[in-house]
Design a protein around this ligand. Structure first.
Ligand SMILES: C[C@@]1(CC(=O)O)c2cc3[nH]c(cc4nc(cc5[nH]c(cc(n2)[C@H]1CCC(=O)O)[C@@](C)(CC(=O)O)[C@@H]5CCC(=O)O)C(CC(=O)O)=C4CCC(=O)O)c(CCC(=O)O)c3CC(=O)O
Ligand SMILES: NC(=O)C1=CN([C@@H]2O[C@H](COP(=O)(O)OP(=O)(O)OC[C@H]3O[C@@H](n4cnc5c(N)ncnc54)[C@H](O)[C@@H]3O)[C@@H](O)[C@H]2O)C=CC1
Length: 215
C-alpha cells in the first residue's frame, strides 16, 4: 500500500497555528483576472451588458458583443461606436457557432439577456466547451460573480456579498470609497514609478524591501 503522504509532512513544534488566518469556507476566490487583449464573448446589449462593457473595456479585453440592434441600450450603443476597435459587434441573436467555431480563442463568456431559455443554452454550451461563464440573474449558472467595483486610476476595490445582496455590495463599496484619501491614486502611481526605478537600479534586489524605501 502507498505511504500516507501526511506521514511525510514535518512537524513544526515551535509554530503557533493560532497566528495563522482562520479559514471561513463558502467564500469566492477574488482575483484580478488579466483579460488584456483576450477574447470575451458578451451576449446581450441591454442595461446589464452596458455595465459589463465598462468592466471589460477597463480591463482592455477584446470583446465580441452579440445582440440584435433593436435591443441595444443607449450606453451599449455609445460604447460600440466609441470603442469600435476593441468590440466586434454581431448584430443578431446568439447562435451556438458563436462559441463552437473557435472555442480555444475565447477566455470568458458573459450573458446578460432577458431570455432564460437562451441563457441556459449558452451556459450548457460554455460548460461543454470548458469555458468559464457568468449568466447574469442565475447564480447557479455562474463560474464567477461580478462584484461592486470602485475604480480610481490604478486602484480597484471590489466588494462581493457572495450572492446575498448585490445592492448592499454597492452601498458598502460607496462607504469604502468615501473613506479613502482623495489623492490615493496619485500615491499609487508614484509608488509604481518608484518600484520601476528601483528595479532598474538594483535588478533582482527589490524583494521584501522597496516599500520600506518608499516610506
Ligand atoms: C450573484 C450575482 C451574479 C452576477 O451578476 O455576477 C448577482 C445576481 C443577481 N442580481 C440581481 C439583481 C440586481 N443586481 C443589481 C446590481 C448588481 N449586481 C451585482 C452582482 C451580482 N448580482 C452577483 C452577486 C454579487 C454580490 O452578491 O455581491 C453587482 C454587484 C455587480 C455587477 O453586476 O456589475 C451590481 C451592483 C454594482 C454596483 O452598483 O456597484 C441590482 C441593482 C441595480 O441594477 O441597480 C439588481 C436589481 C435589484 C435587486 O434585486 O436587488 C438578481 C435578481 C434579479 C431578479 O430576479 O430580478 C440576481 C440573481 C439572484 O440573486 O438570484
Ligand atoms: N447583476 C445582475 O446579475 C443583474 C441581472 N439582471 C438580469 O440580467 C438580465 C438582463 O438585464 P437587462 O440588461 O436589464 O435587460 P434588457 O432587457 O435591457 O436587455 C436584454 C438584452 O438581451 C438581448 N437579447 C435577448 N435575447 C438574446 C439572444 N438570444 N441573443 C442575443 N441577445 C439577446 C436583447 O436584445 C437586449 O439587448 C435580465 O434577466 C435581468 O433580470 C438585472 C440587473 C442586475
Amino acid at each position: 500500500m502507498a505511504e500516507d503522504p501526511l506521514a511525510l509532512v514535518p512537524d513544526f513544534p515551535d509554530e503557533d497555528p493560532s497566528t495563522y488566518p482562520p479559514i471561513q469556507p463558502g467564500g469566492s476566490l477574488i482575483l484580478a483576472w488579466q483579460v488584456r487583449n483576450k477574447r470575451v464573448v458578451l451576449v446581450g446589449g441591454g442595461n446589464v451588458a452596458a455595465t459589463r462593457l465598462v468592466h471589460l473595456l477597463s480591463a482592455s479585453a477584446s470583446i465580441t458583443l452579440i445582440a440584435p440592434p433593436s435591443g441595444l441600450h443607449p450606453e451599449t450603443a455609445y460604447r460600440l461606436k466609441t470603442h469600435a476597435s476593441q468590440i466586434t459587434y454581431i448584430p443578431r441573436n446568439f447562435q451556438p457557432t458563436d462559441l463552437t467555431t473557435s472555442p480555444s480563442t475565447i477566455s470568458l463568456v458573459l450573458t446578460a439577456i432577458d431570455d432564460p431559455v437562451a441563457s441556459t443554452e449558452i451556459y450548457t454550451l460554455s460548460k461543454q466547451l470548458g469555458l468559464p461563464v457568468n449568466v447574469a440573474d442565475v447564480p447557479p449558472e455562474c463560474d464567477f460573480y461580478f462584484g461592486s467595483v470602485h475604480r480610481d486610476g490604478p486602484l480597484q476595490v471590489m466588494v462581493s456579498t457572495n450572492g446575498n445582496g448585490p445592492k448592499l455590495a454597492a452601498m458598502i463599496r460607496r462607504r469604502i470609497a468615501d473613506s479613502l484619501p482623495r489623492d490615493i491614486s496619485t500615491a499609487i502611481v508614484r509608488v509604481g514609478e518608484l518600484r520601476g526605478k528601483l528595479r532598474k537600479l538594483a535588478p533582482g534586489k527589490e524583494e521584501g524591501g522597496e516599500e520600506d524605501g518608499v516610506d
